[in-house]
Ligand binder design. Structure first.
Ligand SMILES: [Zn+2]
Ligand SMILES: [Zn+2]
Length: 338
C-alpha cells in the first residue's frame, strides 16, 4: 500500500509499504478515507516533537471504512467509521477511572505508533465509532474538534460565563465553537490580525487583537477590569500560558488546552487571591467525539469554512512541507485518501 512516511525531520516521502495483515481478535482493518493534517503533524515533520521515533507514518484525524474484522468485532464490513486515535491500555489508574484520554501507557496513532497517512490501518474496534450518516469528509474533522469540546467540558462553566480563548488556530477555534455551543460568551485573543479577521467575519466571534495592544489592556477593556470567568489557552506558547493567569477573574478558571514543554511559572498570591481553578485538558473521550458528531449533524459547526485546503496522498509530501510554513489562509488541510 501507499504510505506517506516521515523518515526524519524535514524528510517526507511516499513509500510502498506492506499492507497490514488480517485483524487480530477485537481489531478491525480500516480503509482510510480522509486524514486531517494537524499542528502535531507539522511539529513531527519539523522535528519539534519532543519524544518521537522516526521513521513515522503520521495521521491521527481519520475517517474510513471497515474492510475486515477480527473475532468479536460487532461493526460491519463496509461500515463508515470515525477513528479515536488514542489507544489506551484499559488497566492503568486513568483507564480504571474512565479516563483513557490520559492513560499512563497511551499510544496515539500517528505519534507513538504509525498512523493513517496510508491506505489501510489496523485499529482496535473499541476505538472505532460508526459515522452514523456523517460524510467521511466531515467525520475526519471530529478528532480535532473533540479536543476543544473536551476542554470546554472540563471547564464546567455556567452558560453566559465570560470566556476568553487564547489562540485562533484550529484547536482554539474548535474550543471557541464548542464554548459557544455550551452557551458561554466567547472572545478570541491572538497575535494574528488575519486569523482574528476570519474568526470575526466567518465565525462571528468577538476578538481581541494582541498585535495592536497588550493582552492585559485588551482584557481590562473587554471585562471592565474584572477579567474573564474562564480562560482557555490553545497557543502552545509558554509566555502566553504564563500571562493567561492574569486574565482570569476572581473565582475563575484557567484551562490549559495545548501543552508546552517548559515549566510554567506563576505568582501564587495572584493565583490564590482569585481562588483560581487550574485545569489541564488532554486529548478527548468517546463522549466528546459523540458530542462533536451530533453538533456537526445538527449544523452547529461551520465545517465548510474550517477546511480550507485539500490534497491527495501522493501530493502530501510536497503540500505538507509547504503548509508547514505557508500559513496564510490555512485553517485545516485534509488529505483525501480513498
Ligand atoms: Zn490533531
Ligand atoms: Zn491505561
Amino acid at each position: 500500500m501507499k504510505a506517506v512516511v516521515c523518515r526524519s525531520p524535514g524528510d517526507l516521502v511516499l513509500e510502498v509499504r506492506p499492507a497490514p495483515g488480517a485483524p487480530p481478535p477485537g481489531w478491525a482493518l480500516v480503509a482510510v478515507s480522509h486524514v486531517g493534517i494537524c499542528g502535531t503533524d507539522y511539529h513531527i515533520f519539523e522535528g519539534k516533537h519532543p519524544f518521537l521515533a522516526y521513521p513515522r507514518i503520521m495521521g491521527h484525524e481519520v475517517s474510513g471504512t471497515v474492510v475486515d474484522k477480527g473475532d468479536g468485532v460487532t461493526l460491519n464490513v463496509g461500515e463508515a467509521v470515525i477513528i479515536n486515535p488514542y489507544l489506551a491500555c484499559g488497566k492503568c489508574i486513568a483507564c480504571r477511572h474512565g479516563k483513557p484520554n490520559c492513560c499512563v501507557k497511551i499510544e496515539v496513532l500517528g505519534v507513538h505508533r504509525d498512523g493513517a497517512m496510508c491506505e489501510q490501518i489496523l485499529v482496535p474496534a473499541q476505538n472505532l465509532y460508526p459515522a452514523n450518516g456523517l460524510s467521511l469528509a466531515d467525520a475526519a474533522a471530529i478528532e480535532f474538534l473533540a479536543i476543544g469540546a473536551h476542554a470546554v467540558r472540563r471547564a464546567r462553566a455556567d452558560p453566559g460565563a465570560r470566556t476568553l480563548v487564547i489562540g485562533a488556530g484550529p484547536i482554539g477555534l474548535g474550543t471557541a465553537l464548542f464554548a459557544r455551543i455550551a452557551g458561554l460568551d466567547v472572545s478570541l485573543l491572538d497575535m494574528s490580525s488575519e486569523r482574528l479577521g476570519f474568526a470575526e467575519s466567518e465565525l462571528g466571534f468577538a476578538t481581541l487583537d494582541g498585535s495592536r495592544a497588550t493582552a492585559a489592556d485588551l482584557v481590562r477593556g473587554a471585562t471592565g477590569g474584572e477579567g474573564f470567568d474562564v480562560v482557555f489557552d490553545a497557543t502552545g506558547n509558554t509566555q502566553s500560558v504564563q500571562s493567561a493567569f492574569a486574565h482570569v477573574a476572581h473565582g475563575g478558571t484557567l484551562v490549559l488546552v495545548s501543552v508546552v514543554k517548559d515549566d510554567i511559572v506563576f505568582s501564587d498570591p495572584e493565583f490564590h487571591k482569585r481562588e483560581m481553578t487550574l485545569i489541564g485538558s488532554r486529548n478527548a473521550l468517546g463522549a466528546d467525539f459523540d458530542h462533536v458528531a451530533a453538533s456537526i449533524r445538527n449544523g452547529a459547526v461551520p465545517l465548510a469554512k474550517l477546511v480550507t485546503h485539500r490534497t491527495t496522498l501522493a501530493a502530501t509530501p510536497l503540500d505538507l512541507a509547504r503548509w508547514a510554513h505557508e500559513k496564510s489562509g490555512l485553517i485545516k488541510a485534509v488529505i483525501e485518501v480513498g
